[in-house]
Design a protein around this ligand. Structure first.
Ligand SMILES: [Zn+2]
Length: 265
């Protein structure tokens, strides 16, 4: 069980691999520059705990797309904070082969998927929320690894906490790319019946469509050749009912986010 919120303890996402640092921590959410100092301090504290430089982090500017970018040592320090050089623009997937480059994804309900190939010594991270999952970003990241010399059977994957089918009713989700009648129904045609649980929602008192992002993303990974035993979903508890940062639950009071960090050192 994750105890992140109370103890502010980092969760180690991929263990027992020498030379790999991979963790998840809670961090205040940046609210249009108003709390930059607070965010900046929190990031520094997190990095201090893990004995890495805050300037070695690489943040993307996530937009719910399926773009993947390879980043290098020169990209270290990329972030939206005004003291940094600006994030990797419009990107939801990062990949690196450079040591000392720590890739970041941030989310509060969206699954973050972390990748490591111990043979090729390359790593990656993907932010696959409602949109990215539908666009099969987790599987596309596997293709990106393969295009860079990895074998799918070597890649280890960890899926971080996210909104899960117990709570995540998407029956009214706004979907600019998929108007009615497709919307959430496309997950069923893309990933199979197990992707959406139809049930009465006691909160809305209406029938709901509960999306299982974990199921969808697992399908996406397995189809691209990731071995079932190399997918670790043990951290994937539901953000909505567990007390973890959840924008779905917190609505307008969105003050926290989860950071997932991966890099080789
Ligand atoms: Zn739940």
């Amino acid at each position: 069980m994750l105890t992140l919120e109370k103890k502010k303890k980092p969760v180690v996402l991929i263990e027992e691999v020498e030379g790999l640092l991979c963790f998840m921590e809670e961090c205040p959410k940046l609210v249009s520059g108003k709390n930059e100092k607070e965010v900046s301090l929190a990031r520094e504290e997190i990095c201090e705990r893990h004995e890495i430089s805050v300037n070695s982090l690489v943040f993307p500017n996530q937009i719910g797309g399926d773009k993947i970018v390879e980043v290098f040592e020169k990209d270290r320090g990329a972030s939206i904070l005004s003291s940094n050089k600006g994030p990797i623009e419009d990107t939801d997937g990062l990949f690196t082969r450079d040591y000392g480059v720590f890739l970041v994804a941030y989310a509060a309900d969206c699954p973050i998927v972390v990748y490591y190939d111990p043979v090729k010594k390359v790593c990656g991270v993907a932010h696959a929320g409602y949109e990215g999952t539908g666009k099969r970003l987790p599987g596309k990241m596997v293709d990106f690894f393969i295009a860079n010399g990895s074998k799918s059977s070597d890649i280890r994957v960890t899926i971080c906490p996210s909104a899960l089918a117990c709570c995540y009713d998407v029956v009214n989700a706004v979907d600019k790319d998929y108007p009615e009648p497709c919307r959430w129904k496309r997950f069923k045609s893309e990933f199979g019946e197990g992707s959406v649980r139809m049930a009465f929602n006691p909160k809305t008192k209406k029938s709901g469509a509960f999306l299982d992002l974990l199921f969808c993303n697992k399908q996406s990974l397995l189809r691209r050749g990731i071995l079932e035993e190399n997918i670790d979903a043990s951290h994937c508890i539901c953000t909505i009912c567990s007390g973890l940062p959840s924008h779905y639950r917190e609505r307008e009071k969105r003050t926290r986010t989860l950071l997932a960090v991966v890099g080789m050192q």
